[in-house]
Each structure stands twice: as structure tokens, then as C-alpha cells.
Design a protein around this ligand. Structure first.
Ligand code: GLN
Length: 287
């Protein structure tokens, strides 16, 4: 059997299970198992696979991963990684898999906050992808990243260790239910957050990869999806320096509601920004 034929078996299994993008996912898993990049795969794919013990083990491992993917385990839980802002982040079932949509938030902050002396807080950091990308690309003086989940913080710490080696600013990671563990006198120039914002009843209708495998605690924004924006609107101002800004990811239909919470809360310059698909994606407000 050739590698191409093995790949094809995988594609067919994924097709049967109606996995979106079966060719792409099967190829990722094949490259992962055989430790190949795309170029070496293309060069080797038509050659016969060896019949040695090691190769047969890899074939079995590939088909095991294919079965898991057919059962709708997210690809990223099988490879253990997801790229975000050009960096490779470790992920597992305890953190939301970084989404490309969220790059809109990071890019907006980098665009508007060019001063490296800024102190940044990332609330609900999960894998740490926002905080670490901002530290690496904005080179800010200090970045603090908080999460309520100790398991998520382990993932974020792994990503810090892996990616932040050359960063010369301060980087803090700690457990906190929203602002609760943060000293009342601690202020930041920039607060960013991608909080859970999916209304509870909507979660049942999401793709099985998200619904059954990603942490509900990272998705569920309660009945109306807005619980964490209410807390942010109420408490962020106590932790923002005068003139400081908060940037939040929002659901495509939450702009009006979230802008309203921040206007009522006395914030200035409240504005919504769109992602690459043209959907409302980020709300920014200033103290
Ligand atoms: N954008 C994510 C999704 O659609 C949700 C992210 C969140 O709740 N913060 O699955």
C-alpha cells in the first residue's frame, strides 16, 4: 500500500461520518503520524509503505486518529495544537481552541495600542493565545492573564514556557473568577477579553466538535449570553487607568447589547469593529 492509499482510506472514513473538510483533516493527521511536512509527503506519497513493525504501528495510529475524528473529536485535540497569529499554541479539552475570528481582536489592539509601556490584562485567557500574542507582537511592559479554570491555566503556562522565551516584559498568569483575585488597586491601560458569550440554549445547536468537546465553561454566556459583559462593564472601570481601553470579542449579533451596557456604564468612545467576514466581532470602549 502507498501513503496516498492510506490517506484515501482515512478520507473515506471521514466522509462516511460527514466530517467537514475530510481531505484536509486526514492529511493533517497523516503528516502528524508520519512526522512529515507537505513537501516530503508529496514526494513520498506514491511509494510503497514499508511492512516493518514501525510503519505498521504508524498506520494503526493513523486509523485510530481517523476513528476519533470520525467521532467528531476536534482535529486540534488530536494534533494537540492550533496556530494563532502565526504562533503554534498547545490546546486540549480544557481550553477553547483559538479561532481565527479572535485575531481581529488582537490586530485591533496592536493597531490602536502602539506604546510598549502599556500594562495589559487578558480576562478569561484560556490557552493564553491573546495574552501571549499581544506580549510577543506588542512587546508591552506587562501582561497579566487570568482564568477561572486551573486546568486552562496549565495549558496557558505551557504556551508561555514554549513561546515567551525572548519576551522581556513582565508576564503574569493567575487563577481568578473574573476580577475577584485582582487587587482592588491594580490598574491596567488595556483590558482585553474573549469571554464566554454563547446563549445557553444556542449551544445544543452547535457543531458536535464544539458542543461535545470544547469546554462549556468557555462558551456558555448564560441565558442571554451577556453575563460576562455585564461584569466587565461594571468592574473593568475600577481596573482601568484614566483613558484606558477595553476590547472584547462579541457574538455576531451582540453589538447593540454590549455597546449599550458600556454606554450605560459611563464609558466613552464605544464602538464595534468587524472581522474579515464582515461580521460584528469586537467592541471597544474607553474609561
Ligand atoms: N467564537 C466561539 C464559537 O463560536 C465562541 C467563543 C466564546 O464564547 N468566547 O464557538
Amino acid at each position: 500500500m502507498t501513503m496516498q492509499q492510506l490517506l484515501w482510506q482515512g478520507v473515506q472514513e471521514l466522509n462516511k461520518a460527514r466530517v467537514p473538510d475530510p481531505e484536509l483533516d486526514a492529511r493533517y493527521l497523516l503528516l502528524e503520524v508520519f512526522h512529515l511536512n507537505l513537501a516530503s509527503f508529496l514526494a513520498l506519497k506514491a511509494r510503497g509503505l514499508g511492512e516493518d513493525e514501525e510503519t505498521e504501528g504508524k498506520c494503526r495510529e493513523f486509523m485510530r486518529l481517523i476513528e476519533a475524528r470520525a467521532g467528531r473529536t476536534p482535529l486540534q485535540h488530536l494534533t494537540g495544537t492550533q496556530e494563532f497569529m502565526g504562533f503554534e499554541f498547545l490546546v486540549n479539552e480544557h481550553v477553547l481552541i483559538p479561532r481565527q475570528d479572535t485575531e481581529t481582536l488582537v490586530e485591533l489592539v496592536l493597531e490602536e495600542q502602539k506604546d510598549r509601556e502599556k500594562r495589559v490584562l487578558d480576562m478569561c485567557t484560556g490557552s493564553g493565545c491573546i495574552a501571549i500574542s499581544l506580549a510577543l507582537m506588542g512587546r508591552y511592559r506587562h501582561v497579566a492573564a487570568l482564568d477561572v479554570s486551573a486546568e486552562a491555566l496549565k495549558v496557558a503556562a505551557g504556551n508561555r514556557d514554549r513561546l515567551l522565551g525572548g519576551y522581556d516584559g513582565g508576564f503574569e498568569l493567575f487563577e481568578s473568577n473574573m476580577f475577584s483575585a485582582l487587587g482592588t488597586d491594580r490598574t491596567f491601560d488595556v483590558i482585553v477579553s474573549n469571554p464566554p458569550y454563547i446563549p445557553s440554549r444556542v449551544i445544543e445547536g452547535l457543531a458536535p466538535e464544539v458542543r461535545d468537546h470544547e469546554p462549556r465553561i468557555a462558551l456558555d454566556g448564560s441565558e442571554d449570553g451577556l453575563t460576562f459583559y455585564r461584569i466587565l462593564a461594571q468592574e473593568a472601570r475600577n481596573h482601568l487607568a484614566e483613558g484606558g481601553s477595553i476590547y472584547m470579542e462579541i457574538g455576531y449579533d451582540q453589538s447593540e447589547a454590549v455597546e449599550g451596557l458600556f454606554r450605560t456604564g459611563g464609558y466613552r468612545d464605544v464602538r464595534t469593529f468587524q472581522d474579515l467576514a464582515g461580521q460584528d466581532r469586537v467592541v471597544r470602549a474607553r474609561r
